[in-house]
Design a binder for this molecule. Sequence first.
Ligand code: EPU
Length: 405
Amino acid sequence: MGGDLIITGGVPLNGTVHIPAAKNSVLPLLAASLLCSGTVRLLAVPQLADVDTSLVLLRGAGCAARWQGSDITVQSMPSVCRLEPEAAARMRASILFCAPLLARLGRVETVLPGGCRIGARPIDLHLSGLAQMGAYCCEEGTRLILTAPAGLHGADITLGFPSVGATETLLLAAVCAQGAGTGTVRVQGRRVLYGCSFAPMADRIVASTLACACAAAGGRVELTGCAPAVYAPLLEILAQMGCGIETGPESAVIVRSGALHGAGRVFTGVYPALATDAAPLLAAAMLCADSVSSIEDVVFERRFACADGFAAFGADVRVQQRTLHIRPVRQLQGAEAAAPDLRGGAALVIAALAARGRSRIADTGHIDRGYACFVQMLTELGAQIEREMPCGSTCEKKTPSKKQI
Ligand code: EPU
């Protein structure tokens, strides 16, 4: 979709949003569908650029993968042991499609995965785990060739770091491997996996985004369909900053009516700690606080590439290694900034929603990779936001809010 987002900030957000399914659940599930002999149907999938890229990868491997309304069906009959290179280079999750093809076809060729440039992001843990299960890995420049002529077998694997992606790769490899894999997750592989219908879990990072937007811009936002337990650390920090938080089993209400206070020192960590993806979003809310905060991301080296954009809004920020230091300013002012990556781009939108006056956020293709109907979702909360496409394209105008209809 792309284009620029034009935002007039300083308007409190009010309303209810049903949180859609999580990108980072949908992508590994689409990769897993490569292993199943029957039809897999994923229910209520958000329309994201990364989901469409996944469909290109599945079709390129010889599968029938298509949208049916808001569901996706995959009939998996992979016959091509090569991932379409342009699509594979576009997103990090393309690496997840390797293990299933390797398991089914004994070989896979791809290019090194792309995705947000938030740190070095090597794939050594994926490859060393697969090697322990019987794969041969060969890297030639940006090309990666994996073979398993004798098939994959179970192994005891200890990851040097609890990597999300490497865990997913090794689970995908293990479920069809001969013999048992052991470790924190114990998998008994089997020859055949069947089709199924499955609703992926809700996106805690989308929920965190809207919670931080409400904290930054003020107002009252109810988030439904997503268990607050999965983003509890973020809600706890927002409560310490002065937001009212009420939670139910599958919903949370965030209220910010008075001043927002700094959070002191905050760290991300591996689940169930504060999510790395939430760090720039929370930082955007911290820009609006009346005392200092600092936030350190222990997972990725370059999480705060959005700091230059924050400074354009008049924020007093400083990046020191993996930590963003934030001092209070009287009021953020509308500005022009470019999304550096997915969550950093969403963080700039949050800053713009809180800033006085008009802002323009460019390079929004990053944001489209992880947020479906972003403009519509925020408009329904009362935000003044629209998408301006380059000359010749159509403009995604604000849609009237449900309250106005
Ligand atoms: N790492 C290695 N070697 C590896 C794999 C990872 O050193 O082989 C390091 C990474 O460099 C990083 C740390 O381990 O420092 C954690 O990386 P992890 O593998 O857990 O991250 P990922 O699988 O690449 C997924 C999400 C990210 C999210 C992280 C952490 C997907 C497609 N991506 O990435 O989501 O930030 O887990 O929770 O699932 C996003 O959605 O914007 C996003 C970046």
